[in-house]
Design a protein around this ligand. Structure first.
Ligand code: MEV
Length: 289
């Protein structure tokens, strides 16, 4: 029997544009999914991500039967990388339980294949960050300095489908390529500047870039009134910057905050109906518990 855990993530900037090859910055956060696997009689698997992970491993070794239990701190379908975390923790646990010898890089690669097969289009962001932890510049997968400030997440409680939102943005781009393509490029430029600012620990300007990124995400049509209310409330309460994180259309927003502002920002998010989660970056990716 093996238990492994993997973290969720937020996007500091770059979601959606990253699907089209533009850079992004994502951070692993201190919310984890734990998966326990046991060789034994087959259990019923309801998650398509877990089923996908089991299928990948069964292409490498013969699996007679496997029993899988999942416990997660990460709200499902909320843009915090819950599907990547469960996929990566399952792959890593099966890797150890059946002594397959996959490296973390190989686990991240298999995880990305599972996400792509389940979702249609998916960037390697969520699966890579969940495997390796830390603050990561995509698509080069360069590890950046950790963030020495707080992260407050606001959850709308509205589940959204990443697959559908990625499709919706693709259709918008097909209708108006000359307008949407430059928006993707600007988001990419913002991530490049963000890389420099993370290195300088310039959180004030990172916050400002997050606010600009939010305007661009709105222009891609992935905002909603509930997210906007929490984003404005967080900014008013002193957040350095606030934006959607993940696919949008519901799910979560993220605010970057000085440590001494986090309670106030969390209360402001709750005052407009959000569920606030105070967290921080974790350097710990997938691990054996
Ligand atoms: C979803 O968390 C982020 C998107 O950019 C999709 C992806 O990167 O696969 C919308």
């Amino acid at each position: 029997m093996v238990t492994c855990s993997a973290p969720g993530k937020i996007f500091l900037c770059g979601e959606h544009a990253v699907v089209y090859g533009e850079p992004a910055i994502a951070c692993a956060i201190d919310l984890r999914t734990r998966v326990r696997v046991r060789e034994g009689k087959k259990s019923k698997i309801t998650s398509p991500y877990v089923a996908g992970a089991v299928k990948k491993i069964s292409e490498l070794v013969e699996l007679e039967g496997v029993n899988i239990d999942i416990h997660s701190d990460i709200p499902i379908g909320s843009g915090l990388g819950s599907s990547a975390a469960v996929t990566i923790a399952t792959l890593f646990a099966l890797n150890l339980e059946f002594d397959i010898g996959l490296s973390k890089e190989e686990v991240a690669q298999l995880g990305h294949e599972v996400e792509r097969e389940v979702q249609g289009a998916a960037s390697p962001t969520d699966t890579f960050v969940s495997t390796m932890g830390g603050v990561v510049f995509l698509p080069s997968c360069k590890r950046l300095k950790s963030l020495d400030c707080g992260i407050v997440i606001g959850n709308t409680g509205m589940v959204s489908s990443t697959k559908e939102l990625v499709r919706q943005v693709a259709r918008l781009k097909d209708r108006h390529p000359g307008i949407i393509q430059p928006i993707f490029q600007t988001i990419g430029e913002l991530a490049r500047k963000g890389e420099y600012l993370v290195d300088k620990r310039d959180y004030k300007n990172i916050g400002e870039l997050m606010n600009i990124n939010q305007g661009l995400l709105e222009s891609l049509g992935v905002g909603c009134p509930e997210l906007a209310a929490q984003i404005y409330a967080a900014r008013k309460a002193g957040a350095l910057g606030a934006k959607i994180t993940g696919a949008g259309g519901g799910g979560c927003m993220v605010a970057l905050v000085d440590f001494d502002e986090k309670d106030e920002v969390a209360s402001a998010i709750e005052s407009v109906g959000g569920r606030a989660i105070q967290t921080r970056v974790t350097e710990i990716g997938v691990r054996h518990e």
